[in-house]
Design a binder for this molecule. Structure first.
Ligand code: SF4
Ligand code: SF4
Length: 432
């Protein structure tokens, strides 16, 4: 297998994002000189005939060639670029189905690109067959379903079933991003069978704010009712997201949201606190609201609460500029975090998230990494240069364990418990 040390990224190497009239390499957005870049296009699609595996691979190779020959590319300045050894681009290991842009909401942080009302210019089932025949997929392919609202895709159930029950490739890590305004029995079935993970953004605790943030009147309480229905087996496969915007972060709103979560028996779900990606920085009010949000959910009994990577990074930046370590040590907001100061911590995970949290957190200003473990063997790791151990190593000591991933947090947590480790060793608190 030919290998080169090159600039590339995971998405250039093996992802396809299927839009209604174009295929893209990624859904990454980033700022260069104050201008938003990203969503890099592979090719335009007017009909099934425009989707050519050959053209997809050559478009990917062209960007990688240009990146490594100092030519201008749409990826310039992207934080996901890595300089390391990559294998040749041959197989697809991740796809994202966002092939239509029909949605029953109009979120303030979204755009026409996702709710403009387009249908796909091609047939997704035929596309899957074509790709299979050309043997372009890796054995396992990660897949996300978005849109628009996925259940509004024409013929959704038939297409969804065809993909999820595929023998080749086997789709794993199947993620569905639905606003849950409409209940769908197939989503419910696959949730119960532990085949999919559903993420639903709620973003409001009151009807008034729902209308401002989601841009529509209908559906606010229905979302919570549908989530309650999806959650009957308490499988832990639901992620409830709250994207903080300038309209939905005051304490009353957050209190109302937490009450709804309690009343609909959703505290066992995973919670992800995020921000509108257009905010580059956070102010004091928003930063404190995020901490308040975390602590309120936690006090209500939620056990799996995370800030996404962007939020955590921005929060740390804010507190670093405005609080000293001494102030942090005294402030009661950080009571739980303080328990892990001056400790040797095992870090499970060796990717970008681990790298970020170690470089940019108060926790690791006050504590040390004991060692790293990872369930996935990586020959070359761009982020962690130290030795990485197999998961069993955590059985040899009693050190606290930090799960360095927000996406796979609960999956890793289950693995840790399966190894027979006491859950008290897992750091499950607000980490800044
Ligand atoms: S480098 Fe960034 S912009 Fe380019 S394909 Fe990768 S994720 Fe997308
Ligand atoms: S629900 Fe999703 S697709 Fe629809 S408007 Fe909101 S963010 Fe956009």
């Amino acid at each position: 297998m030919k290998k080169n040390k090159l600039f590339s990224c995971e998405d250039l190497q093996g992802s396809i994002y299927f839009g209604p009239n174009a295929l893209r390499h990624c859904c990454q957005r980033f700022f260069v000189d104050g201008k938003m870049e990203g969503d890099v296009e592979i090719l335009k699609v007017k009909s099934d005939n425009d989707i050519s595996v050959e053209n997809i691979i050559s478009a990917k190779k062209k960007i990688v060639d240009d990146l490594n020959n100092n030519k201008k590319t749409p990826c310039d300045g992207c934080p996901k670029l890595q300089f390391k050894e990559w294998t040749d681009i041959k197989k697809i290991n991740k796809i994202s189905i966002e092939a239509h842009s029909k949605c029953n909401a109009r979120c303030s942080y979204c755009s026409e690109m996702f709710y403009g009302g387009l249908n796909p210019n091609y047939d997704l089932n035929k596309m899957l067959d074509k790709f299979r025949k050309l043997n372009i997929f890796d054995k396992n392919v990660a897949i996300t379903w978005g849109g628009g609202e996925p259940v509004l895709l024409k013929n959704f159930k038939n297409i969804f079933k065809n993909f999820i029950e595929s023998k080749y490739p086997k789709f794993k890590d199947i993620r569905v991003y639905s606003n849950s305004i409409i209940y769908n029995n197939l989503i419910h079935e696959y949730l119960d069978q532990n085949k999919i993970i559903l993420t639903t953004s709620t973003d409001a605790g009151t009807q008034e704010t729902f209308e401002k943030v989601r841009g529509v009147k209908k559906g606010f309480l229905q979302i919570f009712k549908n989530l309650e229905k999806y959650n009957t087996k308490k499988s832990g496969n639901i992620i409830i997201k709250y994207i903080l915007t300038s309209d939905n972060y005051n304490n009353d709103e957050i209190n109302s949201f937490v009450d709804l979560i309690k009343n609909h028996h959703l505290l066992n779900c995973n919670f992800e606190i995020s921000t509108d990606y257009k905010f580059e920085n956070l102010d004091l009010e928003k930063s404190l609201s995020m901490v308040y949000f975390y602590n309120s959910l936690s006090a209500a009994g939620a056990k799996f609460i995370h800030f996404d990577d962007h939020v955590r990074k921005r929060l740390f930046k804010f507190f670093k500029e405005n609080f000293s370590i001494k102030q942090m040590e005294k402030n009661e907001m950080f009571n739980n975090l303080r328990k892990y100061f001056d400790k040797d911590i095992i870090v499970w995970g060796t990717g970008r998230y681990a790298d970020e949290i170690i470089k940019n957190s108060f926790l690791f200003k006050k504590s040390k990494v004991a060692y790293y473990v990872d369930g996935i063997k990586k020959k070359h790791n761009n982020f962690i240069s130290e030795k990485v151990y197999a998961p069993n190593k955590i059985l040899t000591s009693d050190n606290p364990i930090l799960i360095a991933s927000s996406t796979y947090w609960q999956e890793i947590y289950r693995k840790i418990l399966d190894l027979g480790v006491d859950k008290k060793r897992v750091i499950n608190t607000l980490i800044i």
